[in-house]
Design a protein around this ligand. Structure first.
Ligand code: GUN
Length: 299
């Protein structure tokens, strides 16, 4: 039976460091780290994530601002709000929750965020720094950064000789995850929906990162015995066994069967999810330290 990583407890340790760092920044510069979160529309899951982010920002002692905009918000209005936060010295991090309603161009919005305030790591400047191996001067997307901390907790900082597979090639998760693993000397397969022989390729991997967005797709037969399995998926499935109309969250990995084969595995919920929020707080204190002339912590 695999060791199950407790993402909540790993995230709580990160948050303790963030709180101390926020207090140091405030006492040395008189400025609290400032995080602005913008959400457009009324997708319930996005609202739940954003509420958790704003709550955690307050708990960390940040200046926390949340903008909840109606679904019919115009591109001009959204661009204007991002522009105002770009210019506001009390804000060090800006996050626009994705996905945006269809009439809005998310790429235009994201690329308009100042790279030094882009705590999602989605700006081409930050994505490019990661791609060229500069992990020190940009900001790294929160979910892969958190998943990488979990990988390092199992394998250490140097993944030389280990095979990794990332299933999913999104800009938010798959691509930056591949870059982080490669940077740590893993041999990386970037797999996606058009990949053939996905099960056989996955079975070659010592480290599997599942970020596909398909409930329980990775099953026990895909896992190499002893592998480390990091499940980034969050999928809601009906759960009639819990009562009428009830649902449950599952990952992209069929957890109970995969846990019989893997060496280490993350659960859903309670694995990568809490780490994502913790790393958003990390990115905000890093951005705030840089903006106020302090040396940011290494995480
Ligand atoms: N939607 C789901 N995950 C994320 C995330 O990490 N950042 C943003 N901005 N939107 C998301």
């Amino acid at each position: 039976m695999a060791r199950v990583i407790d993402g909540k407890s790993a995230a709580a340790s990160v948050i303790e460091v963030v709180k101390a760092e926020a207090a140091r920044i405030a006492s040395e510069t008189g400025t609290k780290p400032g995080l602005a979160v913008i959400i457009v529309g009324d997708d319930p899951a996005s609202h739940a994530y954003v509420a958790a982010k704003s709550r955690m920002a307050k708990e960390c002692g940040f200046h926390s601002v949340q903008h909840t905009l109606p679904a019919e918000t115009s591109q001009e209005m959204l661009n204007g709000l991002v522009g105002a936060h770009n210019a506001d010295p009390s804000i060090h991090g800006i996050l626009v929750q994705l996905p945006l309603p269809k009439h809005l161009d998310s790429d235009v919005v994201i690329q308009s965020i100042r790279p030094d305030k882009d705590v999602d790591g989605l700006h081409v400047t930050n994505a490019g720094k990661l791609a060229v191996g500069d992990l020190d001067t940009g900001l790294i997307s929160c979910t892969p950064a958190g998943a990488m901390l979990l990988v390092r907790s199992v394998h250490g900082d140097d993944l030389s000789g280990l095979n990794a597979i990332v299933i999913g090639r999104s800009n938010l998760v798959g691509k930056p995850m591949g870059q982080l693993l490669l940077n740590a000397n893993a041999t990386v397969i970037m797999a996606h929906s058009r990949t053939k022989q996905l099960a056989a390729l996955t079975r070659t991997a010592d480290i599997v990162v599942a970020a596909i967005g398909r409930a329980e797709m990775v099953n026990a037969g895909w896992i190499r015995p002893g592998a480390t399995v990091i499940d980034v998926g969050i999928n809601r499935l009906p759960a009639p066994e819990k009562g009428d109309g009830k649902s449950k969250l599952v990952g992209d990995v069929a957890f109970s069967e995969a846990a019989r084969i893997a060496g280490t595995i993350t659960p859903v919920p309670g694995g990568v999810g809490p780490m994502t929020i913790a790393m958003l707080m990390v990115n905000t204190v890093i951005a705030a330290a840089r903006a106020t002339g302090l040396r940011p912590l290494d995480f």
